[in-house]
Write a protein that binds this ligand. Sequence first.
Ligand code: SAH
Length: 237
Amino acid sequence: MLPSNSFSLSTIGIIHSCYKEKFGIPKQPGLVDGDTARLELIPPYNRLDTLDGLNEFSHIWIHFIFHACIKEGWKAKVRPPRLGGNKKLGVFATRATHRPNPIGLSVVKIGRIYQEGKKVFIDLHGADLLDGTPVVDIKPYLPYADNITDAKGGFAPQPTQTRSVRFSDIAKYQCDSYQNLHNKDISTLIKQIIEQDPRPAYLSNQVDREHGIKLWDVNVRWCARSDHFEILRIEHE
Ligand code: SAH
């Protein structure tokens, strides 16, 4: 008998993340190292015993659903942003989000594992995940098997080149106030996100155009100058 060619998965957890929209999310995990997200296990998996032993590991693989782009379907050939949007490659040769099965895979550093009432959480560092992302599985990262030091990186051998980020006086003041109020290092987070240049390829030559990125409960207003990025101000949503 042929194996079934369709399977159903159930969500085991939900991501609570600082990234409230797709624009601005780093292209891969680990590019931003702050405390950006936490994973909440949902019933019936919201039990600490499902995680017994995980605190011996530093990183996990997260298998998740690209839930915010399911409706758009998949394409056989896609334009990786890393190639400036000029060249198309096969979907299975990329980490594009529009896939036949909209499954994402991220390796993420874990922090505290804890329970609050009936809720069970894992703190995540450097996750590249949208707020509300459904998680279908997690597995510990095994360095001896998963860390392949002589692997080839195809069209993306290194992270994107970064440019310096400068804060206006008002933005600096607003970040300091946010940090004092919420105990979150928002200036480092903003710097690490913007220095990756989140702009789509077709805008990457434009300067002085204002952009906004929604992080937690604020909208970070910024623009590209000729040789650096400038954080203009922070607006509360
Ligand atoms: N590390 C993952 C993701 C790579 S694509 C993988 O390789 O499978 C990275 C992009 O996924 C981010 O820039 C973000 O815009 C997008 N993304 C993250 N969570 C998403 C979600 N829940 N739905 C749709 N897109 C998402």
